[in-house]
Each structure stands twice: as C-alpha cells, then as structure tokens.
Design a protein around this ligand. Sequence first.
Ligand code: HEM
Length: 501
Amino acid sequence: WDRGKRKQAELPSRGFGPTVFSSYLASLANFRDTKRSLHAFSNQYGDRRFTFPLLGEWFVMCKSREHAREHSNIAEEVLSMEAAVEKLLQSRYTVGEQFCSETYHIPAIKTSLNINLASKLPEMLDEIARAYDEDVDTCIGDDWTPLWAPGVCTSLIARVSNRVFVGEKLCRNRHYRKLVEGFSDTIIRGGVLHACMPRFFRPFAGRLFRFIFGHHRRMVRLLSAEIVERQNNRATGKVQRNPNDMLEWLIEQPCDGPAHPEHTVESLAMRMLNVNFVALHTTTKTFIHVLYDLAARPEYLPILRDEAQSLLDPSNLASWTKESLARCIKLDSFVKESLRLNGPGPIWMPRLPTAEFRFSDGTVVWPGNLVAIAITAIHEDEVNYAHAKEFDGLRFVKMAGICAQEPDSDVGPLQADPELKWEHRLTGTSPTFLAFGSGRHICPGRFFASLELKSLLAGLILRYDVRMADEGVRPPDRLLGPVSTPAQAKVLFRKRQPKDC
Ligand code: HEM
C-alpha cells in the first residue's frame, strides 16, 4: 500500500480503484504513455490540482493559470526546487555533495553573464563562423549530404557556449569538450539508475559512479592551471590580464567569509560543471528540435532567410549586434514555437515541499510528494493557442499583432514597441508559456540561450539548405516515461545554392 497516496487521498486521481497495489498499476500504466495519461487527467481535472502516480512517486499536478502562477512564486524554503532536482537526479551521489550545496554560479549567470551579453556576442559569432567552417563545411558539398543532427548540434552549442564560459583555447580543447558534451546525459541516466536502487546502497553506487566517470576530477585537471594563474594575477594586482568570461565571473563571486578568502580550484571546477549542466543540455535539445522543425518544413527557409538577409550581413558576422538579432522577429517566433511544442517532457518545474504546505485553494501537499506543472497540457491547450497541436512558425509574430510583412523602416516594429510585445518574444514568459519557467526560479540564462540559438540559426540558414531525407517528415521524439528527447536522425545539408544568394 502506498503511503503517498493515502496522504493525498482527498485529491482526484485516475487510478485503478482503492485496492491494495492499485497505485502501482496506475504508476506503470502512466509510465507507458505519460504525456497522453497526463493530458487525460488534465482535461478531466484541469481547474483542480490532482495526483498523478508515476514510478513510485505521487506527483501533485496543476494546469490552470492561477495554479501555475502560485506554484512559480512560492518561496524556495517552502517548496524547494533544489531538493526536487536533487531527488530526481540523485546528483549528491552521481556528482558529489559539493554539486548540490553551492549555488554561486546562479548570481554569476543572473548578473555578470547578462550584463556582458552584448560585449561577448562578437566572440560567440566568431566561434559560430569557425565551427561552421570546420565542423560542417568540411563534411558537405554542393550536393545533399546527410549529417547526424544530434552530433552537429551538441558540438556547436558546447563550443559556442564555452567560448563565453572558458575562452578560445579550452572551448576547442578535445578533452574539455568531451567532458562537457557528455556530462548532462550521463548524470541524468545515472540519476535514474540511482533512484531505482535501495536507499542504503546509493552512497556506495555513487562512489563507484564518480570513480568511473570522474567528471569533477577531470574538470579540476583541465582548469587548475588556468585558475591558479588567474588567482595569482589577482593577488599581484594584475587582474586586468584575466579574461572576461564565466570562469572569471565565478572567481569574482563572494566567498563564505575571512576563513575562505577565495574559492578553491575544486569548488570552481564544480561550479563550471554546474554551469555546463544547466546551459548545454537545454539549449542543445532546443537547437536539435529547431533544426528538425526547419528541415521538415522547407517552406519556412525562404521566409526566415529573407528576414535574416535584410537585417544581418551574411558575409560579415562580426557586424551582427544584439539589436539586429532582436529585430529578427520571425526567427524569434520560429524558435519559440519549437520550444512550445518540444519540451523535455510533460512534467515541469518540480518542487518538493519541505514541510506540510497548504495552497490557497486549500490543497495540502506533504513532504516527500513532488508538486509540478503539466506543461504540455498548457502548451497544447486550444484555450491558450489556436490549433494548439499544429506547428506555426510565425505564431508569436501574429499573436503580438505585428504585421507579418517585412518591417519597412530601420527601426522595426519590435524596437518601436518593446514593452507590449515582450510576452510574445522568445525570452518572454507567461502562465501559458513556461518553457523557461516562471517566478522565483525563472531561467536566468534565457537571454544568453536566445542570443546563441538565434545567431546559430541565422548563420545556418544564410549558409546552408537543409531538408529531411524523408521530405516533410519530422522524426518523432523518443519517449521514456516522463522524459522526451529529440530523435537520433540525420538531416540533409548542402551549401546554399548561388541562385539563392
Ligand atoms: C533553451 C534553453 C534553456 C531552457 C529551455 C531553460 C529552461 C529553464 C527552466 C524551465 C528553468 C526553471 C526550472 C524550474 O523552475 O524548475 C531554468 C532554470 C535555470 N536555468 Fe535555464 N534554460 C535554458 C538555458 C539556460 C542557459 C543557457 C543557462 C546558463 C547560461 C541556464 C541557467 C539556468 C539556471 C542557473 C537556472 C536556475 C535558476 C534558479 O534556481 O533561480 N539556462 N531553466
């Protein structure tokens, strides 16, 4: 008999009746097709909170705008995101205690990264041009050539992101890239494995896991010389010699007091793993989905290309600016629509109550039972979006009420009215668009992610034609319970034909 179920017994739940073990049957059935089961629950109980048994957990789910708003704004001390993530990923075992206990990468992203976006853009654009030259141009010609989309996208995102995180030398270092590219997937898989083990066995399994993969050990080895040199520069008043990048912004974060005047190499290496964890996985998956959406819908290529060409100089990436990319509203809408329909799964923004907690509608949640938002039920609800299940690359341009014609002045419509349209831009969030979360833990890296994704996509459509081998068919996502990942598929690339230039 499941204790979690008894505790939430007053909430509606669609299971197999009140018999012993029924919750386990429901849990297995929900695992088989999580998204569809969750949508059925949501349609039935959408305006109330309901329980959703899945893999031995009792998720208390919500879907309505009011519930989503309340969920997003409750204090970390009451409904904890960190505790929920730790429970789901078992990261204390797979990466180590320090991975979960320190969080100074968050202020570094929130402030330093965001303040420096415009000044770091030229380096990102330089890395994008080099990456396309070296990793794509060398593999393709004037004829259609199949390229492994997940491989290409993972490598591009890791390379360009790390140009901003650790600089030119390390972002091209083979060993460094191998470490950061595989890190998130290994940790997520390891987390699932650990969650299935008996609790008493996890510390031992974790030690073995960390010994085998050695993520932290390898990161310390790769970064230690660089960190020591930068700290020496600081100590000898030559701080201006240090590059302005994420590693430096982490070093600058305040320490715990006089006993620890500066962060240790071990601590900084762990933070850099954490930065890569939050930044690469999400952005890479998004880029793969965007590429599939574009390759399967070739009608968008000329539309996006015309816009990019009119606002960005195709032969001179160095001339692109944050403002000129912001004016690419169709590109912005296309990526946002892809994010709307292709999240990493139907259960979103999990929280773990630290004590018994009562929501404003009277629902009581118990410590140990996870609370989450049914994101796909919101993103695919006809009440929120017309023809919600269909992909419309220009949806958010239309929703913002902006004429889908070319902007006819230098100013462009978004710059003319940025406040009004914010909600419909890629980085905008609302109770009906939660891909970047909302409220207290809203994604602080979304401005960086948006700039990176739009620069990469603009670069791609100005250089290449893309299509699926099976014309017009988008490869289906791979589903495993609540986790959805993009298909492992090839996309056909060819250099852009001269008649299109
Ligand atoms: C398309 C790419 C991305 C997506 C879809 C995404 C999505 C999200 C979501 C949904 C959350 C909130 C989770 C919750 O409330 O449970 C979040 C939080 C976070 N994201 Fe992102 N993210 C992306 C890219 C990035 C990047 C590039 C960075 C760093 C450079 C980043 C750093 C973070 C951090 C540090 C948090 C935790 C914030 C906090 O606890 O206050 N994200 N992200």
